[in-house]
Design a protein around this ligand. Structure first.
Ligand SMILES: CC(C)(COP(=O)(O)OP(=O)(O)OC[C@H]1O[C@@H](n2cnc3c(N)ncnc32)[C@H](O)[C@@H]1OP(=O)(O)O)[C@@H](O)C(=O)NCCC(=O)NCCS
Length: 171
């Protein structure tokens, strides 16, 4: 568990289902995700079960709790890869930056990786800005990497080497 100024980052539990379904069924939150907004609560349940079952050798992923509610998730969801999502009611207040600033040192301490990677839709300005502020740098781009519904989406690839993080991270 990690406590920050405004957030609690903790492992997922099944009682997060209703709160997280509010996030994963939200069209704005899911606009640049790798699937359409979840229609069925069973889809969120499967994601939650995968989070709970994930091996601590390969994943360091957190539910983000704010004022007693689960408002999203952030962390390393599969070895080396960072992911994050917040309910739009909580956007624009610096909460994603606060969550990831705390999660990233935990990830580098707990997983056998020397860099974190991200795969972001080039239209996803908020995520690109957030990652840039955290020190991630673009390493490449590719077109038509994922089909979401009937829309082909592109990718920007970014990485944060642990050495860069150590040089730039706030104390
Ligand atoms: C990406 C996301 C987590 C950002 O959450 P947030 O709490 O609003 O982000 P923060 O407030 O911490 O902002 C971080 C930076 O991004 C900027 N930012 C936030 N929203 C932005 C937007 N819509 N356009 C451009 N920049 C934006 C902020 O200004 C801030 O930069 P600054 O400090 O230099 O001003 C949120 O928009 C989200 O959940 N998006 C949907 C999920 C998603 O796309 N996940 C990534 C999949 S790869």
């Amino acid at each position: 568990m990690i406590i920050t100024k405004q957030l609690l980052l903790r492992r997922a539990r099944m009682s997060d289902l209703d709160d997280l379904h509010q996030v994963f069924s939200n069209p704005a939150a899911m606009r640049f995700w790798d699937s359409l907004p979840y229609q069925e609560i069973e889809q969120t349940q499967r994601l939650l079960e995968a989070m709970i079952a994930a091996s601590p050798d390969e994943s360091d992923d957190f539910v983000i709790e704010h004022e007693g509610r689960a408002i999203g998730k952030a962390g390393c969801w599969r070895l080396g890869e960072i992911g994050f999502i917040l309910h739009p009611d909580h956007w624009g207040k610096g909460l994603a930056h606060e969550a990831l600033s705390a999660a990233i040192p935990h990830i580098f301490e707990n997983l056998p990786i020397d860099r974190l990677e991200a795969d972001v839709d080039p239209r996803n300005d908020a995520s690109l800005k957030l990652l840039s502020r955290l020190g991630f740098r673009e390493t490449g781009r590719a077109a038509r990497t994922i089909l979401v519904g009937d829309e082909w989406c592109d990718s920007v690839y970014l990485e944060l080497p642990v050495a860069t993080w150590r040089q730039t991270a706030p104390d």
